[in-house]
Write a protein that binds this ligand. Structure first.
Ligand code: DWN
Ligand code: SAH
Length: 405
């Protein structure tokens, strides 16, 4: 039992993945002996409905000056964030000289659209290397972790913000009450918070257990987000499902009573109850499907090896660390993973130590099978890899279930 990170009620894990390394802790060959591990477990709080990790990793182990995830590697995501920025510019800010703050702004994939529109902006990005990539593009970025203390400093220097933004970052922050205190300080009285993260209902429906890893402290539903913000005098005024990262939800939030609440919010609240997101049994059923998925993926890879066929991993995602370590996929079953990120190439995958090779290696010599760890980018990747399929190559997917395509 662990106290809920949001409401302090006791939380019991509903799933355990065992010993797990840092999801983005890609290693040099000489570093294997010092590798850090923790117990990856997730639990559901029956009081506030928050699904969360029950063991946490120190933030400095995950977010530092060598963080290997650069948001701008996906062209589909670049388009997505352009439209997110335009929604904010056209609908959520206005007046004289508006000011926008984004946390987890990474390499500036979204803020660059505010910069090019001449809108006052500030990115808060603790991982120094990706923050530097944004700064090099002329995007104002502070290399810090966001919390209430930093919010006070920002208000003193820049004044309050019209919009507070975050994509795939709120779910990364276990100390959310400090973040929300910061938002209370930072946001103008009529300002908006817009943030999006992988949506719990999609994770459950697709058995996307690989979304569970050290960086993701939370798996949000509308109900849990409503509870959290209600404790800080705010409410969800709109929700917008997003077709990225396997199914995400964007929450639009304001101070209580300032903006009207859309019918979509009430509709989704009812839908979540019908889906059982408020009941423990839903998560126990999920665990059973996860165990089945693990067994099926492992036997498929063993069969392929026995048949003497070749297989490579495609995209060394953070998510792949959970799959590889939970399923016990060794380099004998998966000899390499190709990835487009220079920082990952030449290194080894966390825990299982599978070599990460440049993307060109895949392109120059197609394997018989490719295990798609970047399944959330399937459309983009499959369009790019038509030649692989035309040459007889086959994709292995494990979401929503293990299958060959
Ligand atoms: O929440 C998070 C999301 C937004 O991004 C972070 N905690 C970390 C990261 O998660 P991820 O690593 O699972 O993200 P992606 O976007 O699913 O995968 C990115 C990786 O995939 C990069 O290493 C690049 C690689 N990739 C590739 O090799 N070829 C990606 C694409 C689109 C490709 O065509
Ligand atoms: N928004 C980007 C990046 C998501 S990855 C996208 O959607 O692609 C998560 C990012 O959040 C990382 O760059 C990490 O360094 C950053 N982050 C983690 N904790 C943070 C905190 N407390 N405040 C601000 N950013 C944080």
């Amino acid at each position: 039992m662990k106290p809920c990170l949001i409401c302090s009620q006791d939380v019991e894990p509903f799933i355990s993945f065992g010993r797990m390394p840092i999801a983005n802790g890609f290693l040099e060959a000489g570093d294997f002996a010092d590798e850090y591990f923790f117990e990856l477990r997730a639990g559901f709080c029956e009081r506030c409905r928050m699904v969360q990790l029950t063991e946490l990793v120190d933030r400095e182990r995950m977010f530092h000056d060598n963080y290997p995830f650069f948001s701008s590697t996906s062209t589909r995501m670049a388009i997505h964030f352009e439209s997110f920025a335009h929604e904010v510019i056209s609908r959520r800010i206005g007046g004289d000289d508006p000011f926008v703050v984004e946390i987890g702004s990474n390499d500036g994939i979204m803020l660059r659209h505010f910069a090019s529109a001449g809108i006052r902006h500030l990115g808060i990005e603790p991982s120094a290397n990706v923050a530097a990539a944004a700064q090099a593009k002329g995007i104002r970025t502070v290399c810090r972790f966001f919390d209430a203390e930093l919010a006070r400093e920002i208000v003193a220097e820049h004044g309050q913000a019209d919009a507070f933004l975050g994509a795939n970052v709120m779910c990364h922050i276990p100390y959310l009450h400090s973040v929300l205190e910061g938002i209370e300080i930072l946001l103008k009285p009529s300002g908006h918070v817009l943030f999006e993260d992988p949506y719990l209902a999609d994770i459950i429906a697709k058995t996307a257990y690989d979304q569970i890893y050290d960086e993701h402290a939370f798996y949000f539903s509308l109900a849990s987000v409503q509870y959290l913000f209600s404790r800080h005098g705010m409410e969800v005024v709109d929700i917008q499902p997003q077709n990225v990262h396997g199914g995400s939800m964007r929450y639009v939030i304001a101070r209580r009573g300032v903006h009207p609440v859309s019918a979509a919010v009430r509709f989704l609240a009812d839908k979540e109850k019908a889906q059982g997101l408020d009941r423990r049994v839903t998560f126990n059923d999920f665990r059973v499907r996860v165990e089945r998925s693990r067994d099926e993926l492992l036997s498929l890879l063993r069969k392929i090896k026995k048949e003497g066929k070749s297989v490579a991993g495609y995209a060394a995602t953070s998510k792949s660390t959970t799959v590889l370590n939970y399923c016990g996929i060794t380099p004998e079953l998966l000899p390499y993973i190709c990835d487009t990120t220079p920082l990952k190439q030449g290194r080894f995958s966390p825990g299982m130590h599978i070599p990460i090779r440049p993307y060109e290696e895949f392109k120059n010599r197609f394997p018989d099978y490719a295990l798609l760890f970047g399944w959330n980018h399937a459309e983009e990747i499959m369009a790019k890899e038509e030649a692989f399929v035309a040459g007889g190559g086959k994709w292995i997917l494990y979401v929503p279930e293990v299958h060959i395509q």
